[in-house]
Write a protein that binds this ligand. Structure first.
Ligand SMILES: [Zn+2]
Length: 319
């Protein structure tokens, strides 16, 4: 049973990607999902990899055998939660992707009665181009510019490690990454994901940056001006790029924007909803009201997360 802010399983209230109860499920290590790690005294349900990326010891938690965790794609350690409740099977996806990536396994489509699904890209205009096509374009871009400096902008957790592995496997390149990203790369390696990278500030990085090199920086830093400054400092051509699903619908001030996403897009979100067999869909995390309205227009019983909580409270008040 889901009510405002949480899921009830065997009498335990579980917060889903927030910290509103003592027991919290954290689907993955992106900062908009990790409030529970910032609050004291929370009992956290998460994968071992998520605990490692958050630099915490794994906790044992009082969750019952009615709960299980399943791969979610998206980034290393991302999990979905499936619970047996008095109202049937309840699944929560968090951020998810239906494709294998270089660093994580695709999400399993969980069979359920109620599905709480991430709706970041749940509207019809949010369709990504084929992943294989995007990866080929990225490999060609790297090849064409390998005699100069290439700077990719990416989130430090997740996307940077995905790009490192892409550059290793598809381009034979070991990129330079900043100190913060190199710490996360080291955790990925401990979790069994092989990554070949050079940590900025080390002698190895100084050496690598004397000639042509590829680097991955936090996306907020990477733009034309940054490229121009770098070109002046190093006396080489610099090409800047980003790799994000938003590249398909927004403009970025860089030389190349690749729509490489670690999320499900519209068609994969719809595929999940239909193949899960869910009778009720709760839209969560982003664009909730618009996504719920769109799904209702297709005849799907859908509601945004906040409304799902309210309607349950109203039922309680009546009974
Ligand atoms: Zn995420």
């Amino acid at each position: 049973m889901y009510s405002s802010g949480g899921l009830s399983v065997d009498g335990i209230k579980i917060a889903l990607d927030d910290a509103c109860h003592d027991v919290c499920f954290v689907s993955h290590a992106h900062s908009d999902h990790t409030d529970a790690f910032k609050k004291k005294g929370r009992s956290i349900i998460a994968s071992e990899e998520t605990f490692a990326i958050m630099s915490r010891e794994p906790q044992s938690h009082p969750h019952s055998s009615a709960i299980s965790l399943h791969h979610a794609g998206h980034m290393l350690g991302a999990r979905q939660l499936l619970a047996d409740t008095e109202n049937g099977k309840f699944a929560y996806t968090g951020d998810f992707a239906l494709h294998d990536s270089y660093t994580s396994k695709a999400a399993t489509i969980l069979q359920c009665d109620t599905l709480m699904i991430d709706t970041t890209y749940a509207l019809p205009h949010l369709r990504f181009p084929k992943r294989e096509r995007v990866l080929l374009d990225m490999a060609r871009f790297v090849k064409e510019n390998e005699r100069g400096i290439i700077i990719f902008g990416a989130y430090v957790r997740g996307k940077t490690q995905e790009l490192v592995r892409f550059l290793n496997i598809e381009c034979g390149v070991a990129p330079v990454v900043n100190e913060q990203a190199s710490k996360i790369c080291a955790i990925y390696e401990k979790c069994g994901v092989k990554l070949d990278y050079v940590a900025a500030g080390t002698d190895e990085a100084e050496e690598a940056m004397r000639s042509s090199f590829t680097a991955i920086m936090p996306s907020s830093m990477v733009n034309f001006q940054f490229g121009a400054n770098l070109s002046e400092a190093y006396g080489r051509d610099v090409k800047t790029a980003v790799a994000t699903g938003w590249a398909h619908i927004s403009r970025f001030p860089v030389d190349a924007a690749f729509a490489l996403s670690d999320h499900a897009d519209f068609k994969d979100t719809m595929r999940y909803i239909y193949e899960s067999g869910a009778k009720k869909v709760i839209c969560a995390n982003s664009s909730e009201a618009a996504a719920a309205a769109y799904l209702r227009s297709l005849g799907i019983d859908a509601v945004e997360k906040e409304e799902a909580g309210k309607s349950y409270q109203a039922t309680l008040a009546k009974s």
